[in-house]
Ligand binder design. Structure first.
Ligand SMILES: [Ca+2]
Ligand SMILES: [Ca+2]
Length: 264
């Protein structure tokens, strides 16, 4: 019996030691309206200044014909390091917003974008197209290679396809996927799993004229928002200063209470 008991308690420990150590972290990220998901990993491109036309000769995004009130220059979207099998979750802390249309300021939109559907954008270089909510936060997994060609099939996040309430997805490299506010309508974290060969996850915005056709129209996207990403970890909100003070007061009173009970 003694042996059985040792075996029983020892096995989970052995299993834990044998499992590969996976990196776990929570990352704070700011997404700008100019962070074009279609430029993911495109360090080979030169983006002209906002007051200049952009028409190639290589891959390029469509711009407004004239100057926009914002004259925003498209930016390479931010990326984080991942490895195959990493489980990514996103938390929308509801800080900031992006204005997709001509004119600075309201209305601002968060990671959920503008409505549940209405965008259908074509691919660019090695990055797929996008079908789903207008201007929602999106992601794409990449290897270390610059995605210049061979775009994979476009995933459909409209109500007739994946929709926006799926629980988990493992997209292919180069395939844009919807992230939105990171949760289902039932407030459950969605999980985005890094596919084989992935070394980075890029996050940005899918935009185009009327959110349809060839990608572009980023030059009027003022604003930004903050999101939190969990890599193999549940992302948590940063405590607000007020809450932090309350937490410290709570901890201090607990400590005082313990001290009193010890001295009695
Ligand atoms: Ca705007
Ligand atoms: Ca726009």
């Amino acid at each position: 019996m003694q042996f059985r008991k040792i075996l029983f308690t020892g096995l989970p420990l052995i299993a834990a030691l044998a499992a590969p150590v996976s990196y776990a972290a929570i990352i704070d990220l700011t997404i700008d309206g100019s962070d074009a998901i279609f430029l993911a990993g495109r360090t080979d491109l030169t983006i002209p200044d906002a007051d200049q036309p952009w028409a190639g000769p290589d891959d390029h995004l469509i711009r407004h014909g004239g100057a926009t009130p914002e004259e925003i220059k498209e930016s390479l979207p931010p990326e984080i390091a991942v490895t195959a099998g990493d489980i990514i979750r996103a938390l929308d802390p509801a800080v900031g917003g992006i204005s997709f249309f001509n004119g600075v300021g309201d209305p601002y939109y968060g990671p959920g974008g503008n409505g549940p559907t209405g965008s259908s954008l074509t691919s660019l270089g090695g990055i797929s197209g996008y079908i789903g909510p207008q201007g929602a936060l999106a992601g794409v997994f990449l290897s270390d290679a610059i995605p210049v060609s061979g775009a994979p099939a476009t995933l459909d996040f409209s109500p007739g396809g994946w929709g926006i309430d799926f629980l988990t997805i493992t997209p292919e490299l180069g395939q844009i996927f919807y992230i939105g506010d990171g949760k289902t309508a039932s407030d459950i974290f969605q999980t985005f799993i890094a596919p084989a060969g992935a070394t980075r996850l890029v996050l940005g915005i899918p935009d185009g004229f009327g959110f349809n056709g060839p990608p572009g129209a980023y030059d009027d996207n003022d604003g930004s928002y903050r999101i939190r990403l969990g890599i193999n970890e549940i992302p948590t909100k940063v405590p607000e200063p007020g809450n932090l003070a309350l937490l410290l007061i709570g901890l201090a009173s607990m400590w005082l209470g313990r001290k009193r009970s010890h001295s009695q």
